[in-house]
Design a protein around this ligand. Structure first.
Ligand SMILES: [Zn+2]
Length: 100
């Protein structure tokens, strides 16, 4: 779970999840009120995990001959699992840094 780089408090899953939904303006720490930003590395981690799902499902449907129903039955829980796990993947920084 991410830790505030200003006060050192660890954020809860619920706090992190809610704050990452509006990630563009930074996230206000609920403990000290400092603005925190997800590090480029952690944003990349979450982004690559999300972007790997679609090609993975397309490939597995091709090789395993899955129907659309089976594809949804696998893809939907997998997508939900990644969304729910994303707060564990974030790290915080005091400054906003671009990805590149
Ligand atoms: Zn803080």
């Amino acid at each position: 779970m991410p830790t505030c780089q200003n006060c050192g408090h660890q954020w809860s899953w619920k706090t992190t999840f809610k704050k990452t939904l509006k990630i563009n303006n930074g996230m206000i720490c609920p403990f000290c009120g400092a603005r925190q930003f997800a590090t480029a590395k952690s944003r990349m981690r979450v982004g690559s995990l999300c972007s790997i799902i679609a090609p993975l499902l397309i490939l597995s449907s091709y090789f395993l001959h899955l129907s659309a129903k089976e594809l949804i039955a696998i893809g939907l829980p997998l997508t939900i699992a990644i969304i729910l796990a994303s707060p564990f993947l974030y790290e915080l920084s005091n400054d906003e840094k671009p990805l590149w």
